[in-house]
Design a protein around this ligand. Structure first.
Ligand code: ATP
Ligand code: MG
Length: 478
């Protein structure tokens, strides 16, 4: 990906000051790296050229440069510029201003969104002492704000490219591609860290995690995704600072969870999250169950969650889609099983006990990560269907097959079986049933009917007699 890389890194190291900040960026000319227009999104190039044409500076930054240098196909393209969000917005009719905490512009091309942000200044300094840039003349508290815990609540103070690089999270995310001469600018020695497969936070780790605790999650995400190690000083404060995640809005953590566990390296990332004591702040109930060692004949929580994540990883590897509700249904199933048992032991019948359990688990979870209703409803359906799939007699199997969540519930069932839950061949039965011709389907149903194999079953079933209207009127309940 890079040629003459070691020499470049040696030169770069010489440019560092004692604070580990480069005096000037290391510039890698186009002949020394393999990033060409062919690797870039044509839409991102359009955005860069339009901004440059209007007289602004504009660079590609972050994940797209990092991933390309590592040899991974970039997931999306982020642009950074010295134009303000309003100026960017006025240049693109297909754009919209988004965010309050971090204002930026989304430029939309069909399904692709190019995120355009404005160079940020470092706001660790008191705003009254902030360096004077044209835009900063009008600096007001509405542009920058911190919580009492030091967490950045708003970060909308514009700055220069050097300042922008210093306030990015990791060294390998502070690489800028200049489309004018196709050079890459490395402000924080990110290339050397890529070479050493290291994740290194820019600046003082404690200060940077305090400003934004989500950076701890991002560090783990990149460790999982890239297979890199956390540089020791970057790793050191995480366990003791993990609790700061309690101050992050649940909606933001929900988005992070999807990126952490739903992007192909779920198993490794889950293990790292637990190792660094972060998982507890995302899924407190699940974490408590895993730590307690609780298991039952029909569920081994750790095996089940790992199996679910592994299946999700494999699906992603195969280019198949995965649904966030499925991931969440997996992660919360051990809690649902535990609560269900508790409600049943209090005398509730199975189905109401399950509904109560689901409600309780979801209510507890949304204090940590939000779960939009469009996800919680299918999660409940998947859980509910686990209790309905064993009951296949009569017309039930055909009705279940038509259920909009049948496929997800069936996949869920297979994961339960794969993780050691003994369900008497239920997964294989449904597999056969789905693909069998109609006459064989009837055969399968009749074999699965418990009343056939146990002649007493029918007799034992208490028959519910419908009350006649006359009887209803006489009943003392009415
Ligand atoms: P990917 O998109 O592949 O998940 P990414 O690094 O591009 O990875 P984004 O969330 O798209 O991640 O962010 C784009 C860039 O913005 C990052 O590379 C980083 O430079 C900067 N950034 C994102 N989040 C933070 C943060 N919490 N603190 C500081 N800088 C951040
Ligand atoms: Mg990105």
């Amino acid at each position: 990906m890079l040629t003459g890389f070691k020499t470049l890194v040696r030169k770069a190291t010489a440019l560092f000051t004692s604070e580990n900040i480069m005096e000037s960026p290391l510039v890698i000319p186009k002949e020394k790296h393999s990033l060409t227009d062919n690797e870039l999104s044509p839409n991102a190039l359009k955005v860069l050229h339009r901004l440059n044409g209007a007289g602004y500076d504009a660079y590609l930054v972050g994940g797209c440069i990092r991933d390309h240098l590592i040899g991974i196909t970039p997931k999306d393209f982020d642009v950074v510029t010295n134009a303000t969000p309003e100026e960017v917005h006025s240049l693109f009719s297909n754009s919209r201003l988004i965010g309050r905490r971090f204002r930026l512009v989304h430029v939309t091309f069909g399904r692709e969104i190019i995120e355009v942000s404005t160079f940020r200044a470092n706001t660790t300094i008191d705003s009254s002492q902030a360096p004077k840039h044209d835009e900063n003349e009008s600096l007001k508290n509405k542009d920058t704000a911190r919580s009492s815990h030091g967490i950045i609540l708003r970060d909308n103070v514009w700055g220069s490219i050097d300042e922008d690089a210093q306030r990015r999270d990791f060294t390998f995310n502070a690489l800028y591609f200049n489309v004018k001469d196709r050079s890459i600018h490395d402000f924080c020695n990110g290339l050397s860290d890529i070479e050493n497969k290291q994740i290194r936070i820019i600046g003082d780790p404690r200060e940077r995690y305090k400003e934004d605790p989500v950076r701890m999650l991002r560090a783990i995400r990149f460790a999982g995704k890239l297979g890199f190690d956390l540089e020791p000083e970057t790793a050191a404060p995480i366990k003791e600072m993990a609790h700061l995640l309690d101050h992050i809005p649940p909606a933001r953590l929900f988005e992070e969870v999807l990126k952490l566990l739903g992007s192909g390296q779920g198993v490794t990332t889950f293990q790292l999250l637990r190792e660094y004591g972060l998982f507890k702040y995302l899924f407190p109930d699940t974490d408590a169950i895993l730590n307690s060692g609780w298991k039952r004949n029909d569920i081994d929580p750790e095996r089940f969650v790992l199996q679910g994540l592994e299946n999700t990883d494999l699906r992603i590897l195969d280019g198949k889609s995965t649904a966030p509700y499925f991931l969440y249904a997996i992660l919360l199933w051990p809690s649902v099983c535990l609560r269900h048992e508790e409600f049943e032991s209090q005398g509730l019948p199975t189905t109401p006990a399950l509904h109560q359990a689901a409600t309780m688990v979801l209510d507890n979870q949304v204090a940590s990560t939000s779960i939009p209703r469009r996800f919680s409803t299918p999660m409940r359906e998947i859980w509910d269907l686990q209790f309905r799939l064993p009951k296949r007699y009569g017309k039930r199997a055909f009705v279940l097959l038509q259920h909009p969540r049948f496929r997800a519930a069936f996949d869920f069932l297979l994961i339960r079986e794969l993780s050691g839950t003994e369900l008497d061949g239920l997964g294989a039965w449904w597999e056969n049933f789905q693909h069998a011709p109609e006459n064989q389907q009837k055969d399968l149903i009749s074999k699965a009917d418990p009343r056939k194999s146990d002649p007493d079953a029918k007799k034992r079933r208490p028959r519910r007699r419908r009350k006649s209207n006359a009887a209803k009127r006489q009943s003392p309940e009415n």
